[in-house]
Design a protein around this ligand. Sequence first.
Ligand SMILES: Nc1ncnc2c1ncn2[C@@H]1O[C@H](COP(=O)(O)OP(=O)(O)OP(=O)(O)O)[C@@H](O)[C@H]1O
Length: 333
Amino acid sequence: MLAIHSLSKSFDKGKNYALENVTFDLKEGDVCAIVGESGSGKTTLVRLIAGLERPDHGSIALDGNIIASLDKFVQPEKRKIGLVFQEYALFPHLTILENVLYGISKLKNKKIRAQEMLDLVGLSEMGKRYPHQLSGGQQQRVALARALAPEPTLLILDEPFSNLDAMLRMQLRNEIFDIIKKTGVTVLFVTHDTQDALSVADEILILQNGKVVQKDAAANLYVKPNTLYVASLFGNTIQINKNLQTAFRCPLKEDCCHAIRNEKIKVNPTAVDSDCEYITNATVIKKIVLGDSIQLLLKLETGEQLTVMTQDKNVADTITIGFNSKDILEFND
Ligand SMILES: Nc1ncnc2c1ncn2[C@@H]1O[C@H](COP(=O)(O)OP(=O)(O)OP(=O)(O)O)[C@@H](O)[C@H]1O
């Protein structure tokens, strides 16, 4: 339903590309998260799809119709794309109901539709209030109601929860995606928070320096990341360089890059953990208590430093650490 082909965008006449040769498809009803570090091109990609920027190369098609290419450009308001941004972007001088009505002024049953949307987002009684009389979470639900009112083909959410504190963020994320899934609309969801992406998305598209490095089901990205960058986005990961291979006595293939997730490194593995094939000694340099667990900064005999987690509050100053070969991640980069 969304087909992006060879999409590129430069803001400095081709010296640097904010987005380069991006190709991917979305099926109807998919919820796809776009993840990547700051500056990787997430916002540029959704602005191109929404029609807020023009591509330098490539094309975007929605429901089989080209909406942007070198010789075609459909205006944003004609694209049937709903947008929800980080800043709620509600009109402060309009009531909540008027805000939702704004995008559907030409619709016959607009008042009924707007009220339905407020019911859907759980704000039935708030129609007469003004945005400043609502909490941040409620304002974001109004923004969602307004975006859904014209029945968009595609809904784009760009960092919609960034302005909210951690507790509210998780609650609102779950509420908003419960609402979205009821409507069956196809969603592109930009986030830098991999927990958000893993919690709600069917698929995740990873951008790095404007390029797609992986698009995969959420579960696969953790288990089978394509690159060290992807692995690191989904949890602390250590590259097993030559020094670490020496320390752990685990020679690995020369032409590949290898890594291990910090959480897979066991502290003082016992006979029960005999699955730890590679073991080395380490000196504890620093202990940081993080609630129930303790983060240890370690120095190995080869001079390498790394951090591991343990539940053992009485860990000695010299310890053993180890990991299993099945937990080694291997990449070609
Ligand atoms: N209007 C613009 N003019 C010039 N450069 C821009 C413009 N918009 C984006 N860029 C550049 O394009 C690159 C990608 O930016 P973009 O905002 O798409 O990244 P992002 O992944 O959304 O980052 P963030 O997570 O920080 O929002 C960056 O190098 C940015 O500086």
